[in-house]
Design a protein. Structure first.
Length: 400
């Protein structure tokens, strides 16, 4: 497939920040558009994104002359050239946003060229069986994604049903029920970066009580579970954690997690400790594994095969977050997924806080048969784009 033209532009993401959008055209007249998000809570080992203006300069000055009017046979070939042109181990020359937006656009264009749905293309190149992921829907947020007093970043529900349409309906029902409760707690309702409720609580476990009460009211016990993204790096400084305004030792933090899982139907905990503490991850993972609760690496692993392999070797995690913009190309993302699958890690494909309406991660999650899709609250248009695309794929998959 020959690349005929590349058109790069700046759009606004959900935080009203500049983001990259690319239109890629081939020589037979097909065209596609892709755009990429930006995270706020980022791990120190993530690939580096440049400003949108700088990334456009790099694309037009360095990449376009190398790919325009050139033919490519595979995703690997295209992405390998991007990595070669960047020449760094963290995408600092071209920017991870520049390499990723081109990589995703190429995947979408090649799928279209082959007359495939994007999720079918992904399933084919990864030798995967497509399947419906559970929805990890964000309900209440704190940390860097909100303006409240919560240290922990995300309080999520995990919805798994026989159809994507039902999953979204259940998520919306819980979200609405919580909204009605929130109205009694606050004069005005605020929303976080990812569309979840943003309000103060007496402590970090109180939101779990609120969400769990809604699950019970809606008679969804056993059908809807809870999940946490603690993002512990955000409250770790000078070798100490600060929880609810008080210094907290790592052992005390572990005790808090144990109390939480004993009291609430929590299925997973993401980033429970700071991003270099592989040892305490391993300890908690071992303890909670007996309770069928899995520990998820995100800042710990950053979609990077080196750190995934280290986490597996140390038994630090039993689940993993996959974010393509942490590594910079689809091929590298799929390499991370391959290692995760080989080691039986539960894979959760995730959005970022500064999102666009691009739904690529929905096709990725469905195509690889991921355990879950984490796409934010079931409300803002940038988040619904992912959930709605899963519903569309589900109907295509089962000829509905």
């Amino acid at each position: 497939m020959k690349i005929k033209d590349i058109r790069v532009s700046i759009i606004k993401n959900s935080r009203n920040e500049d983001a990259l959008e690319v239109e890629l055209l081939n020589d037979s007249g097909l065209s596609v558009i892709a755009s990429v998000p930006q995270g706020a809570s980022t791990g120190e080992r993530e690939a580096i994104s440049l400003s949108a203006e700088n990334a456009i300069e790099k694309i037009n000055g360095i990449v376009v002359p190398e790919i325009k009017e050139k033919s490519f046979e595979s995703q690997d070939e295209f992405d390998d050239l991007l990595c070669e042109l960047d020449g760094t181990n963290n995408k600092s020359r071209l920017g991870a946003n520049a390499t990723l937006v081109l990589s995703l656009a190429f995947a979408r264009l090649l799928a279209k060229f082959n007359n495939q749905e994007l999720y079918e293309y992904i399933a084919e190149i990864t030798h995967s069986k497509p399947s419906l992921p559970a929805f990890y829907a964000n309900i209440i947020e704190g940390g860097k994604h909100a303006k409240n007093n919560l240290d922990w970043q995300e309080y999520l529900i995990v919805v798994k049903d026989s159809s994507a349409e039902n999953q979204l309906k259940i998520a919306k029902d819980v979200f609405e029920n919580i909204g009605n409760k929130v109205k009694t707690l606050s004069d005005s309702i605020s929303f976080s970066d990812e569309g979840a409720y943003d309000l103060n609580f007496e402590n970090n476990t109180a939101p779990l009580e609120l969400i769990n009460s809604s699950i019970k009211e809606l008679d969804l016990e056993g059908k809807v579970m809870l999940a946490l993204d603690v993002a512990a790096d955000s409250f770790y400084k000078n070798n100490e954690y600060t929880i609810d305004g008080s210094p907290t030792s790592v052992n005390s933090l572990t005790n808090i997690y144990n109390d939480v899982v004993n009291k609430y139907p929590v299925v997973s905990i993401e980033d429970p400790y700071e991003e270099n503490d592989f040892e305490h991850y391993a300890t908690l993972n071992t303890v909670l594994n007996d309770k069928n609760i899995f520990i998820v690496g995100d800042d710990l692993t950053t979609t990077n095969t080196v750190y995934i392999e280290k986490a597996v070797l140390m038994n630090s995690i039993s689940g993993i977050i996959i974010k393509p913009n942490q590594i910079g190309t689809l091929t590298e993302t799929l390499e991370a997924i391959k290692i995760a699958k080989e080691n039986n890690l539960k894979i959760i494909v995730s959005h970022r806080s500064g999102e666009t309406e691009d739904s690529f991660i929905a096709d990725l999650a469905y195509g690889i048969g991921a355990y879950g899709l984490k796409a934010g609250a079931p409300s803002p248009k940038e988040r619904l784009a992912k959930y709605d695309r899963i519903i569309e794929i589900d109907k295509i998959q089962y000829n509905l």
